[in-house]
Design a protein around this ligand. Structure first.
Ligand SMILES: Cc1ncc(COP(=O)(O)O)c(C=O)c1O
Length: 370
């Protein structure tokens, strides 16, 4: 039985009428750029994230770029982050003219080690970008304690709606740092019908600046306080996302249930290391990522059986050719390098049927002779 890594058509089948009617409202209005639909979504995302403001933009990459610019990050500055993440986290640091400083990850969660971030701080450090990988939040409060006085950008591209218990209170992804950034890339738990992103913050002045930066740096049309970007979320994407948002919690809960199903089914397979979620975290399982020996062989075996998988991420960013100028060598971030050779993400999307889950379990077990 084929089991794709992700089946967005299965999701569409459950919400087709709501989404198409929301899209047709926009088409009928012929108002496509920013406007009421985008503002509605911004209010809803701010509510989900427990933040005062949410500002839509063109992608999760641009959300990082605008956040870095809003913190005046540029040439001569250093930005601490991890190399085991999607390229955009570090590409945007480079693109504002700053220097990415890579620190290693906690091998259990794939998220930043606060003590490593503290050790990498220099007088040039402008900000730190902890990444919430695969659906669980980084230890954001520990990063903030480890880097006192430093503004923090939480790359929450993969964690909208995830939460973490901090001092006995649930805190949402994006709630606690200076700026949180989301991606609405179609494969995210809340995915658009194209590109989209959003920034969240509690800070009045930063919210106003982020709004300016996404519109060529001007608060008033044709008057520019600074040079910004054209990075707007369009009304069609906002309509799709607003129609999907009421389902987000249930979809993420189903992903958690699928994750629990897999983890129980692999419990006696010593070759398969199942995802570790910190007790303080509630993951939204954007990915279910196992660590295994003979990973490439397992991936080829599953492909042969019609099971979709992916390697997120095969080459850590400190070893990417484009960053050779930074001078990192193999061995600089050993846990990230080891993870890159062992990880495999398997299907976890909410619409998976029990027989599909069983098929994945059976084939993985079969590969390891169970
Ligand atoms: C961790 C991380 N950061 C940033 C991004 C960039 O988001 P986008 O693809 O919307 O530009 C992504 C999404 O792919 C991501 O996973």
């Amino acid at each position: 039985m084929p089991v794709p890594l992700l089946d967005l058509r299965a999701q569409l089948a459950t919400i087709r009428d709501e989404v198409t009617s929301a899209m047709m409202d926009v088409v009928d209005s012929q108002l496509f750029i920013l406007g009421q639909r985008v503002e509605e979504l911004e209010r809803s995302v701010a509510k989900v994230s427990h933040t005062k403001y949410a500002v839509g933009c063109a992608s999760g990459t641009d959300a990082l770029l605008l956040a870095l610019r809003a913190l005046d990050c540029g040439p001569g500055d250093e930005v601490i982050t991890t190399p085991f993440t999607f390229f955009a986290t570090a590409g945007t640091i480079h693109n504002v003219g700053a220097k990415p400083v890579f620190v290693d990850i906690d091998p259990r969660t794939f998220n930043i080690l606060p003590e490593a971030a503290a050790a990498a701080r220099t007088p040039r450090t402008k900000t730190c970008v902890p990444v919430d990988l695969f659906g669980q939040m980084a230890p954001i409060e520990q990063v903030m304690t480890a880097l006192p006085g430093l503004p923090i950008i939480e790359d929450a591209a993969q964690t909208i709606g995830a939460r973490r218990s901090i001092d006995g209170e649930w805190r949402m992804a994006g709630e606690v740092p200076t700026i949180g950034t989301f991606s609405f890339f179609p494969s995210k738990n809340l995915g658009a019908f194209g590109d989209g992103g959003m920034m969240v913050t509690q800070d009045d002045a930063l919210a106003a600046r982020l709004k300016r930066l996404r519109m060529h740096g001007g608060a008033k049309q044709y008057f520019h306080d600074e040079v910004g970007f054209n990075s707007r979320l369009d009304a069609l994407q906002a309509a799709v996302l607003s129609a999907k948002l009421p389902h987000l919690e249930a979809w993420s809960a189903k992903r958690r249930a699928n994750a629990a199903y897999y983890s129980a089914a692999f419990a006696d397979v010593s070759d398969v290391v199942t995802p570790y979620v910190e007790p303080a975290n509630e993951s939204i399982f954007n990915q279910y990522t196992i660590r295994v020996p003979r990973r490439d062989d397992l991936q080829a075996f599953l492909k042969d059986k019609g099971i979709g998988t992916a390697v997120y991420y095969p080459l850590p960013l400190h070893l990417q050719p484009c960053f050779s100028y930074l001078g990192y060598k193999a061995g600089s971030c050993p846990e990230s390098e080891r993870a890159a050779g062992e990880v495999l993400s398997i299907p976890i999307y909410p619409e998976l049927t029990t027989s599909q889950l069983d098929e994945v379990v059976e084939q993985v077990r079969a590969f390891y002779g169970r």
